[in-house]
Design a protein around this ligand. Structure first.
Ligand code: GBH
Length: 467
């Protein structure tokens, strides 16, 4: 039957990590508590015109106080893994120097609670909340920030290594560099193309130095990858697709997995690359144990003027994030879209996973973020988010196909566990499996969450449990 086929398409090998993901600034709130310092997102959300609706995340979804309830929800879903990030300014309020033990204690309480429920904590060190003091000293374009990050990483690892198996470094360096320092859509909102490239290099360097400084049992790097198609077979479109693939995908994959930058991308930039110092690439290519892949969509790319300057609509006034390839434009690929306007293309996930497996040295992978915003309606205490369920189902089936094709894929993390602060879009876009009332902070499992729990239950049924 149809149902048996669907089940077979979603049956995964034992030990597959069933996860969901969040990030600190998007959920924690409590920005002034227990000695936390200011981050660039505290500043950015206070800058007029930067966030839709003027929203900030001082309270967010109050996870800092409600983490017990939130872990109970994860247990209800049957998650075997949870990916979260640590707020750097909670650990080092000014980005350097001695650690703030009250800040660390929160993550000890959180990871203790996770382990009590047999949920494996996947810790991300940096999900974009740079301590403001480090930005005042130049931010990511300043090489010094990479050294500060390695110190921070070592301190977090030392304090939490008995609580956490898998440490990952920088979430989506592409976003941190190009949305933060070129387009200005994200904090710190600078529009300085050359500094975005310096920032990208220093984020990669921060990753490599942190890998070395932590010497963790299991360490990963995270990239956000897109499937990319040229709009037509015309030479200009093929060149455009090569450029976007270069900046979005290969600049980071080649760095982390091969310890070099793609020659064609460096040539397109046409800038003085003196900030890449001897030894940097070796540090950046330090061996990792797992690659975390965030996947959302496919870009269709054109070399003709007239398309959109960005792949997706930005909520605020922004410049191009595509440094050195600003002429490239994005066209409609004709697929259905989410509430973000992002095209839904699960085949693209198979494409990028098999590509990494084929073109790079062998590396275990997880899909560390995948999900969608839709205009959810809360009716009589239920959210019938059929579209989100269909999105996750299609992408999970794509993961299964990738495994059949030989990809060493070890887990899937839905983005996101709960509705939260969606960066420049404020609270206007909901990605959660769990609905959150932003006034009362009440949590409610959407239909997609109930469905995901059932898929997890079927898959984990035969797994041995410790208890
Ligand atoms: C993730 O990034 C984040 O890790 C997560 O925090 C966030 O909540 C989630 O996505 C949902 O947005 O039009 O050319 O400027 C997703 C990566 C990168 C997707 C930028 C949108 C727009 C490209 N995002 N992209 S462009």
């Amino acid at each position: 039957t149809q149902e048996e086929q669907t089940r077979a398409a979603l049956r995964f090998p034992p030990g597959f990590a069933w996860g969901a993901a969040t990030s600190a600034y998007q959920i924690e709130g409590a920005v002034g508590e227990d000695g936390r310092g200011a981050s660039i997102w505290d500043t950015f959300t206070r800058t007029p015109g930067r966030i839709l609706g003027g929203h900030h995340a001082d309270v967010a979804i109050d996870h800092y106080h409600r983490y017990r309830e939130d872990v109970a929800i994860m247990a209800r879903l049957g998650l075997s893994a949870y990916r979260f990030s640590v707020s750097w300014p909670r650990i080092q309020p000014g980005g350097s120097g001695p650690v703030n033990s009250k800040g660390l204690d929160f993550y000890k309480r959180l990871t203790d609670e996770l382990r009590r429920h047999d949920i494996d904590p996947w810790l991300t060190l940096y999900h974009w909340d740079l301590p403001q003091e480090l930005e005042d000293a130049g931010g990511w374009p300043n090489r010094d920030t990479a050294y500060r990050f390695a110190e921070y990483a070592a301190a977090v690892h030392e304090a939490l290594k008995d609580h956490v198996h898998t440490f990952s470094t920088v979430n989506e360096p592409w976003c941190a560099a190009f949305l933060g320092y070129a387009s200005g859509e994200h904090a710190p909102g600078r529009r300085e193309p050359e500094n975005a490239i310096r920032g990208a290099h220093h984020l990669n360097l921060a990753h490599g130095l942190a890998v070395q400084a932590m010497n963790a049992r299991r360490v990963g790097g995270c990239v956000n990858l897109y499937a990319i198609t040229p709009a037509t077979g015309a030479e200009r479109d093929l060149d455009a697709a090569r450029r976007i693939d270069g900046l979005q995908n290969r600049f980071f994959l080649d760095a982390l997995l091969l310890g070099r930058y793609p020659e064609d991308v460096l040539a397109d930039l046409g800038m003085d690359l003196g900030f890449i110092q001897p030894g940097d690439m070796k540090a950046i290519g330090a061996p990792i144990d797992v690659l975390l892949v965030n996947y959302y969509s496919r870009f269709t790319v054109s070399g003709e003027p007239g398309g959109r300057a960005s792949a997706a609509a930005a909520p605020t006034d922004t410049a191009s994030p595509w440094v050195g390839s600003e002429h490239v434009s994005f066209v409609n690929g004709g697929r259905p879209v989410t509430a973000m306007g992002w095209e839904i293309d699960e085949d693209g996930l198979v494409e990028i996973l098999t590509r990494v497996a084929r073109e790079y040295p062998p590396i275990p992978m997880v899909v560390s973020e995948n999900g969608a915003a839709f205009d959810d309606a809360l009716v009589d205490g239920r959210v019938h988010d059929r579209e989100r369920q269909a999105y996750v189902e299609a992408h999970l089936a794509a993961c299964r196909r990738a495994i059949d094709l030989g990809v060493p894929l070890q887990g899937y993390f839905a983005w996101s566990l709960m509705d939260n602060f969606e960066w420049a879009w404020g609270y206007g876009k909901r990605f959660g499996l769990v609905h959150v009332d932003f006034e009362t902070q009440e949590r409610l499992l959407k239909d997609s969450a109930l469905w995901y729990a059932e898929i997890i239950r079927q898959n984990r049924r035969h797994e041995p449990t410790d208890s």
